[in-house]
Design a protein around this ligand. Structure first.
Ligand code: ATP
Length: 254
């Protein structure tokens, strides 16, 4: 498969904290690539280094064959890197359609406030809402949506720019099991032209959706492989999956 993204020796320190340390990562076009690992492993920082909202201390990021290391976040977005964040970026008093329309406006570099009388719209905006199962909610204010619907709207907003790489930071965080299953189904149905690189703690979602998984531990990549390779990797078992299973047994007993 063609490589869409490559990180080479990528590092980021915050003072004395080595959040991401000499990471090499290759993401194939069309893959659903998961980043997993314990809290503080560096997953979000790595995603932000790729999205361009955090600058690298050293190392390089290649996207679609171009060295984008020095590119700003808006320039990377223009080149096809879309993203959602751990915390909501939606406007709660505006409708679903208005939130999507604003994202389109931003992508065209037109002033995005105040709202124009005639909202900007496109076939891709319709397609994004349909793909995320939100078409029938287009005129509802965001504040009336369920939590799961809001998280899906964030993905729809990121999709309006037709990204070739979609970065999702904990898309299922805070969702109920049913919402998480619906999200997995929706993400699985995204067109293969969209490559998805996502951080997630919900391992059911990860093993259901991912075609490839990288495990981060203390800022470094411990292992990368197919879901079954990762499940069987003794180092991963010890550093992460084992402790997760212990945690889950503990929660179940409690
Ligand atoms: N802006 C920042 N300033 C200082 N330290 C930071 C900053 N961002 C991240 N860190 C530190 O870098 C390390 C990695 O954080 P990061 O959020 O990338 O981990 P993570 O794997 O995404 O964790 P979680 O699963 O809890 O979200 C942590 O020790 C964190 O405290």
């Amino acid at each position: 498969m063609n490589e869409l993204l490559r990180c080479q020796g990528l590092s980021r320190t915050f003072g004395a904290v080595r959040a991401v340390c000499d990471v090499d990562l290759s993401v194939s076009a069309g893959s659903r690539h998961a980043l997993i690992g314990p809290n503080g492993a560096g997953k979000t920082t790595l995603l932000r280094l790729i999205g361009g909202s955090v600058a690298a201390t050293s190392g390089r990021v290649w996207f679609g064959g171009a060295d984008v290391t020095a590119w700003s976040q808006p320039r990377r977005a223009q080149a096809g890197v879309g993203q959602t964040f751990q915390h909501s970026t939606l406007f709660p008093t505006l409708s679903v359609a208005q939130n999507v329309s604003l994202a389109l406006q931003r992508s065209r570099a037109t002033p995005w406030w105040p709202l124009p009388r005639k909202p900007i719209w496109s076939a891709q905006a319709d397609e994004s809402l349909r793909a995320l199962g939100l078409a029938e909610h287009a005129h509802r204010p965001v504040r009336s949506l369920s939590y799961g619907e809001c998280r899906r709207l964030e993905v729809a907003v990121a999709m309006v720019r037709r990204p070739s790489l979609l970065l999702l930071d904990e898309p299922a965080a805070g969702m109920s099991a049913a919402e998480s299953v619906l999200l997995t189904r929706t993400l699985r149905a995204l067109p293969m032209e969209v490559t998805v690189l996502f951080v997630e703690h919900d391992l059911d979602l990860v093993f259901d959706l991912a075609t490839r998984i990288s495990v981060l531990h203390l800022g470094t990549v411990l292992a990368t492989g197919t879901p079954s390779q990762i499940r069987e990797n003794p180092m991963v078992q010890q550093a992460y999956l084992g402790s997760q299973a212990k945690e889950q047994r503990h929660v179940a007993r409690a």
